[in-house]
Design a protein around this ligand. Structure first.
Ligand code: PYC
Length: 313
C-alpha cells in the first residue's frame, strides 16, 4: 500500500497532510471522516505519526469532502495517540500545502473541521490568517492538587481544544527546561483527570499550557509551553492554545477588541493574535502565522513489515 503525504512546519511544529492513497469515508463531512478513521482506519494515523515513519510531535491532517459545499475542504487532525478537535498550526500547514499543490489561491477559504467551520486567508506574501471557532473562558482560577507539584491554579478555556492555562508557576519557560515542563504539565493533566476537572460538558482537558515572560532575545507579549494529549510539546505557540489564551485575556479585560497579542512559543516562534467579540460573550480568535513546505513523500506499507502501522510502546 502507498500513501502520499506532504510535510510542512508552522513555527517549527510539523504537519503531515495526506494527499493520496488513503481509504475514503462513505459519507461527506469532517465529523463523519473522524468517525470513519477512528473506527475503520486508525492504522493510518498510527502508521503516519508513530515511529519508525514519524515522531511524537507530528500532527497529521486527513482531507475529506466537506458536508458544507461552501468549504474548500474538510479536515481531520490526528496525533500520536488520537484525533484532535481543531488544530491551527495544522490548518496553516494545510492551507500552505493546498497552495503548493495549486488547489488554493490567495484569498479567503472556508475549511470544515469536526468542531466547526473556520476561515483561512492566504495573503500574497504567504502569511496565513485564521478566524477560529468561537472560543471562551469557561472557568477562572481553578485550583488543582497535583501529586508532585503542590496546588496549581489555572483557567479552563476552549479554543478549538480544551486547555488548562497556568501563568507564572512551575519551571521557567525556557527550552533548557523542556523535560521539567513536560513533567509539570503531565502531573497537572493527571491531577485534572483524577479530580474530574473537565470542560463544560465533561470533556477531558487534554492540553496544558504554561505561560511566562519572554526569555532573552525572544519577541512577544509572553512565551508559552504547550503539552499536547500524547505528551509531545508544541514547537509552535499552538493556535488553539493562543485562542484559549486570548479568550482568557478578553474575559478578564486585559485585551481589547482588535488589540494585538504576540504569543511566542517555547522555541521562540510567534503567532499574532487578536479577536472579535461575539454577542454571547464568546470571541472569534484571529490567528496569523506562516508555514513552509519541507517534503513530499510516498509512504510504503509493506505487508511483511511488522512495524508497517507504527511501533506501539
Ligand atoms: O496549533 O492548534 C494548534 C495545535 C494543537 C495541537 C498542536 N498544535
Amino acid at each position: 500500500m502507498k500513501i502520499q503525504v506532504i510535510d510542512s512546519h508552522t513555527g517549527g511544529e510539523p504537519t503531515r497532510v495526506v494527499v493520496g492513497g488513503a481509504p475514503k469515508p462513505p459519507l461527506p463531512g469532517a465529523c463523519e471522516a473522524r468517525k470513519f478513521l477512528a473506527s475503520n482506519a486508525d492504522w493510518l494515523r498510527s502508521a503516519l505519526i508513530n515511529e519508525p515513519r514519524g515522531f511524537d510531535a507530528i500532527v497529521g491532517a486527513y482531507l475529506c469532502e466537506p458536508a458544507d459545499p461552501s468549504c474548500v475542504t474538510g479536515v481531520v487532525f490526528f496525533n500520536n495517540v488520537s484525533y484532535l478537535n481543531g488544530c491551527l498550526h495544522g490548518t496553516i500547514g494545510v492551507v500552505q500545502t493546498l497552495a503548493y499543490l495549486g488547489r488554493l489561491q490567495a484569498g479567503n477559504h472556508r475549511i470544515e473541521t469536526p468542531v466547526g467551520v473556520i476561515t483561512a486567508n492566504l495573503s500574497e506574501n504567504g502569511k496565513i490568517t485564521v478566524h477560529n471557532v468561537p472560543s471562551y473562558r469557561y472557568a477562572a482560577d481553578v485550583v488543582v492538587q497535583t501529586k508532585n507539584h503542590g496546588n496549581v491554579i489555572g483557567d479552563i478555556a476552549w479554543g478549538g481544544n480544551w486547555f488548562y492555562l497556568i501563568s507564572n508557576q512551575g519551571p521557567e519557560i525556557h527550552s533548557h527546561f523542556i523535560d521539567a515542563l513536560t513533567d509539570f504539565c503531565w502531573d497537572v493533566r493527571q491531577a485534572l483527570e483524577k479530580h474530574q476537572i473537565t470542560g463544560d460538558r465533561g470533556e477531558v482537558i487534554d492540553h496544558i499550557e504554561v505561560f511566562g515572560p519572554c526569555g532573552k532575545g525572544i519577541e512577544g507579549d509572553g512565551q508559552n509551553f504547550v503539552l499536547c494529549p500524547g505528551k509531545a510539546f508544541d514547537r509552535s505557540p499552538c493556535g488553539t492554545g493562543t485562542s484559549a489564551k486570548i479568550a482568557c485575556l478578553a474575559a478578564s479585560g486585559q485585551l481589547q477588541e482588535g488589540e494585538l497579542w504576540r504569543q511566542a512559543s517555547i522555541i521562540g516562534t510567534v503567532f499574532e493574535a487578536s479577536y472579535q467579540p461575539l454577542t454571547d460573550g464568546k470571541i472569534t480568535p484571529i490567528i496569523s502565522g506562516s508555514a513552509y513546505i519541507m517534503g513530499e513523500a510516498t509512504m510504503i506499507l509493506d505487508p511483511l513489515d511488522p512495524f508497517k502501522h507504527g511501533i506501539h510502546y
